[in-house]
Design a protein around this ligand. Structure first.
Ligand code: SAM
Length: 312
């Protein structure tokens, strides 16, 4: 029997979530400089370009080599596009190098894309057997297999609990350690299935484990924080950042960064260490997709859009 779970789609084509809401919310100047920090296959980027003038430009960033190649292809078709391969943490140097450090708007659509999820060779999917990799950039950093085969019990429990909100973290971690070395996604799924716990019938038992390991391997929350900080630093006054997030940890991380920017006036007057300069107001505090979207694009069901505008 083929099981279909809500959180993994079967399509290879990436269907952009809340496309018009995100694009319309970040456009503040049709002639401006924009950044799509999560280009993927360019769904949001193309929609944005359609609404910008011929004087505008778009930096299309992704850490994934295939997504970067897709951005290079688009840059050959549209001279307004500048493709960049890198991570959020490198935004400062990428934008300065492009003479694009005065952004009118910035979009981030977090998580993995359908092409990443659907390619078994990338190791993101608990539905398709393949090498246990999970790196968004397979040329950089440590693979999931390498980390899982060396990590200690306590650190593994902490990652599964904190990044996967996995209540059965201890029993799953024990099962993983007992089955090492692991080389494939199928072996990780078996390790989870062999752990002693009562699974939630609505979710594949490995859902939270794959999310936690992927987030750890790609350092996703720290990257998000660095990306929002660097992006905000390069926004013009009146420029906007829109972020689409897909699970509670991401929602909370974006909210925390945005709330620090929309902070009350009085403490802003006092110098607070580590606080970025500038201030923002909310444009969209929390927008969810309509039923018309969630019924045709299952990936959109958990999406949340948050947008802020720089005011000083
Ligand atoms: C959900 S997809 C974006 C899809 C895109 N909006 C579209 O319409 O095709 C997320 C993309 O962000 C990239 N990504 C995730 N974290 C990143 C980071 N820290 N730096 C750069 N790219 C990142 C992933 O490689 C992936 O291609």
């Amino acid at each position: 029997m083929v099981c279909r779970y809500r959180n993994e789609t079967e399509v290879n084509q990436h269907v952009p979530v809340l496309q018009d809401d995100l694009v319309d919310a970040v456009i503040t100047d049709p002639d401006g400089i924009y950044l799509d920090a999560t280009f993927g296959r360019g769904g949001h980027a193309r929609a944005l370009l359609k609404k910008l003038s011929s004087k505008a430009s778009l930096v299309a960033l992704d850490r994934d080599p295939d997504a970067f190649h897709a951005a290079v292809t688009l840059s050959r078709e549209d001279s307004r596009v500048h493709a960049e391969h890198g991570v959020f943490g490198e935004l400062g140097s990428i934008l300065s190098g492009n003479q694009s450090d005065q952004l009118s708007g910035l979009m981030m659509d977090l998580g993995v894309s359908s092409p990443q999820l659907d390619d078994p060779a990338r190791g993101f999917s608990f539905m398709r057997n393949g090498p246990l990799d999970m790196r968004m950039d397979p040329e950089t950093g440590e693979s999931a297999a390498s980390w899982l085969n060396r990590v200690g019990f306590r650190e593994l429990v902490a990652v599964l609990s904190e990044l996967g909100d996995e209540k059965n973290a201890r029993s799953i971690a024990r099962s993983i350690l007992n089955r090492r070395p692991l080389h494939t996604t199928g072996e990780l799924v078996s390790a989870v299935n062999n752990a002693r716990f009562r699974p939630d019938p609505r979710k594949h038992p490995a859902t939270r484990v794959f999310q936690a390991v992927r987030m750890h391997i790609n350092d996703e929350l720290a990257e998000l924080s660095r990306g929002i900080e660097a992006g905000f630093h390069h926004l013009v006054c009146g420029g906007r950042i829109g972020v689409l997030s897909f699970h509670s940890l991401e929602h909370a991380a974006v909210r925390k960064k945005f709330q620090a920017l929309v902070r009350p006036l009085t403490p802003r007057r006092l110098p607070v260490r580590g606080t970025p300069s500038g201030r923002a107001v909310y444009v969209i505090k929390a927008k969810r997709p309509e039923l018309s979207e969630t019924s045709v694009n299952p990936r959109s069901r958990s999406a949340l859009l948050q947008v802020v505008e720089r005011i000083e």
